[in-house]
Design a protein around this ligand. Structure first.
Ligand code: RB5
Length: 149
């Protein structure tokens, strides 16, 4: 699986800490920045990952900021993106199985590196269940389409 990962300055250390975990999972992860702890604006990095996922260049995306929240709000502005902020393994599993989430966001100020590694493992390995959940995901897409200006 090919994914994109990015963070702002507040998520930089967690992004770096997750790289060995991604390698262990045999996931090819393109790091789209930021590359140090200098202050940046999280929507710029959410845009890179979200557009990469929406275009099909990447199957999934991972975004990290201080809380995961700004990244999630920003990523969800891109049509085709279903971003979720996840801070526990149960939500990670359900966001894939029921919501077919394609972008995961986390907060470095919320989760430690051990839990974050467990979360990405569950999230990357859980398949969408389809069935009745497809109808609901399709309705989310329809809502997105009908809300366009
Ligand atoms: C940066 O201070 C912080 O606001 C950002 O990383 C994120 O938590 C926003 O949602």
């Amino acid at each position: 699986m090919k994914i994109a990962i990015a963070s702002d300055h507040a998520g930089f250390r967690l992004k770096e800490a997750l790289k060995p975990a991604l390698k262990e999972l045999n996931v090819e992860a393109d790091d789209l920045g930021t590359y140090d702890e200098n202050s940046v604006d999280y929507p710029d990095y959410a845009e890179k990952v979200a557009k990469g996922v929406a275009s099909g260049e990447y199957e999934r995306g991972i975004l990290i900021c201080g809380t995961g929240l700004g990244m999630c709000i920003s990523a969800n502005k891109v049509p085709g993106v279903r971003a979720v902020t996840v801070n526990d393994e149960f939500s990670a599993r359900m966001s894939r199985a029921h919501n077919n989430a394609n972008v995961l966001t986390m907060g470095e100020r919320v989760v430690g590196p051990g839990l974050a590694a467990d979360i990405i493992k569950v999230w990357l390995e859980t398949e969408f269940e389809g069935g009745r959940h497809s109808r609901r995901v399709d309705k989310m897409t329809a809502l997105e389409d009908s809300s366009r200006g």
